[in-house]
Design a protein around this ligand. Structure first.
Ligand SMILES: *Cc1c(COP(=O)(O)O)cnc(C)c1O
Length: 361
């Protein structure tokens, strides 16, 4: 019998969330972001669920090739572009659209033979200081690409550091848009600037192409947790579920788990759950992190170990060996667990380990 731990992916939730993205920006070309194994939901599964998207976007060239082999015929966008000249040959062969964020990539593009014109997304560094040309260098990069007969469509791209409304004095969305407008003044080309947060919170923004990721999986964008994903009409797509594989009665003064970090103050019942950090559950989740047992909310107690974690069964006197445990998903938003563990829903989704069984519903 396999371990009872399973990641249950709700395909209809993925489809619903994509429809929510499209509804907000109906005129935009929608790139469903499926990087990192579709945020831990499975690349092939994401491809099937997002059949209604205009294209799929990701960062791993080999996964882009896998999408073609799985039969995806619509556009594919590499969000970091090519990492070397060989990738450009791959891109030409598999008709990939390419982010161009640095002069090296323009050079490689010029050395590559394309049978059909290649569509590119020219990226500006508008304030995040990760990828992209500085605003003052943007027009020259555009002209160099535009004069290349191998290049087809050129979209103008940038990425927001704080589109989740957690604007910091150091950089705001408004300031990034201002720099983007300045740097692209006079260039007549579509804009590709909105991520999930911008799609949800700034749907009136000019963005001819959008790149939603986390919202498609039912997570809250960025680190902004005051508006839960459910309040945006999004449905959680991943439920991480397991069972109690043991129950222990302990006494006042008894300690639980490695490091004996949790010590009972009263007689209590402890449930042992088949799920640990080797499955992707965050090891740093402290005592108190929410967990559902038979649908009833309780708390993690003690240190998370590699294959197991322990929960307080006080609120669920009927719980028993085999009781259903929800780590996140149905009835327990992943963002709540993430916040308790000092991380974000994105990281929890992506960290699901290969040994975790996946089923669909
Ligand atoms: C990951 C990524 C996105 C999606 O971001 P979300 O916050 O998940 O919506 C969009 N654009 C780029 C360039 C990305 O790398």
């Amino acid at each position: 019998m396999p371990r009872p731990l399973v990641s249950i992916i709700d395909i209809s939730a993925l489809q619903h969330n994509l429809a929510e993205a499209r509804r907000r920006m109906p005129a935009a070309i929608t790139w469903a972001v499926v990087k990192a194994n579709a945020y831990g939901h499975g690349l092939e599964r994401g491809m099937r669920a997002f059949g209604a998207a205009d294209g799929l976007a990701l960062v791993e060239p080999e996964a882009a090739v896998a999408l073609r082999e799985l039969g995806w015929c619509k556009p594919i966008l590499l969000l970091e572009g090519c990492f070397d000249l060989i990738d450009f040959r791959l891109a030409a062969q598999h008709r990939l659209e390419l982010t161009i964020h640095c002069p090296q990539q323009i050079g490689w593009l010029e050395q590559t033979r394309f049978d059909a014109p290649v569509n590119v997304h020219l990226k500006m560094n508008s304030g995040m200081n990760r990828l992209g040309f500085m605003p003052q260098d943007f027009a020259a990069a555009y002209q160099r690409l535009r004069s290349n007969p191998r290049v087809g469509k050129i979209a103008l791209m940038t990425h927001f550091a704080n589109a989740d409304a957690a604007d910091t004095p150091a950089m705001t969305l408004v300031e990034q848009v201002r720099r983007f407008q300045l740097g692209s003044a006079g260039i007549d080309a579509p804009w590709n600037i909105s991520n999930s947060a911008a799609t949800l919170l700034h749907a009136d923004m000019r963005s001819h192409e959008v790149r939603p990721g986390i919202m498609l999986y039912g997570g809250t964008p960025g680190t902004h947790t005051s508006t839960p994903a459910g309040a945006f009409g999004l449905r959680s797509a991943m439920t991480l579920q397991s069972e109690l594989i043991a129950v222990q009665q302990i006494h006042p003064g008894d300690a639980v788990g490695y490091g004996s970090r949790f010590i009972a103050e009263t007689p209590m019942t402890i449930g042992v759950v088949a799920c640990g950090y080797a499955d992707g559950y965050p090891r740093h989740a402290p005592s108190g992190t929410p967990v559902l047992v038979d649908g009833v909310r309780t708390r993690l107690v003690g240190n998370v170990s590699m294959d197991m974690l322990t929960v307080d069964l006080t609120p669920i006197p009927t719980a028993h060996h085999g009781s259903c445990v929800t780590l996140w998903g149905d009835g327990l938003p992943i963002d709540e667990v993430a916040q308790a563990a000092g991380t974000i829903g994105y990281e929890l989704m992506c960290a699901i380990a290969p040994r975790v069984r996946v089923t669909e519903r």
